[in-house]
Design a protein around this ligand. Sequence first.
Ligand SMILES: Nc1ncnc2c1ncn2[C@@H]1O[C@H](COP(=O)(O)OP(=O)(O)OP(=O)(O)O)[C@@H](O)[C@H]1O
Ligand SMILES: [Mg+2]
Length: 236
Amino acid sequence: MLAELSNVSKSYLQDKVPGKKGEVIPVVRVLDNISLSIVETDTMAIVGPSGSGKSTLLNLIGCLDRPDAGQVIINGSDTSDLSDNALSALRNRFIGFVFQMHHLLPQLSIIDNVLLPVLPGTDPAAARDARDHAMALFEKAGIAGHYRKHPYRLSVGECQRAAVVRALINRPRLVLADEPTGSLDAANAAVLGDMLLRLTDEESAALIVVTHSSELASRMDKIYRLGAGKLTPVKA
Ligand SMILES: Nc1ncnc2c1ncn2[C@@H]1O[C@H](COP(=O)(O)OP(=O)(O)OP(=O)(O)O)[C@@H](O)[C@H]1O
Ligand SMILES: [Mg+2]
């Protein structure tokens, strides 16, 4: 088992109503006692209306946030036992992220952006290996001709493909993508969807995609719908 959520809940305080001093602030339970298992070969979509908690759920799986109750178990470790530093180290090694916006740093070339998550202090042989890995991934992503360029010289679609390469650079076992095609037109979205599936498969990483695109969701082996705090299998 790669990752497991066991009876996970998460609530947020709603903002205070302006001018209504002293009013009790309602708590919104975004995730209500959710359990989910993720295995090595999974490709999974999480769908549901805007505001249903899809990003909240993905952030818990990715250890970017902690639940109020329940356990997030990554590769056999209960993450509630880990310090913030230990959790960051586990995340860096084990999980790759792709977001709706590529978040490449404008002042760095594509290759330098991609190599940024490679831990500082990596020995020269490992650094060379990471660079070779990046070049091989650029080739597969169809952006090998662009690796020395800065992000502003690439299209949004090309930048998003570079973001997928960055997510894979540390050879993660699990890739989490939150609306990875949300900023792309239909043609580029199709290319990116193909690439995400192909590269995660070749790199032996499981893939979880949060998406509003039924086309992208339908290409995953499993589909879950989030609504009213609960996760329901649609295709399993
Ligand atoms: N840090 C936060 N503080 C307070 N409320 C939050 C916070 N993050 C999310 N929420 C609330 O929790 C709910 C779920 O948010 P979330 O971003 O997980 O939804 P989503 O399903 O990803 O929506 P979308 O499809 O629009 O991205 C929303 O009502 C949101 O306003
Ligand atoms: Mg979201």
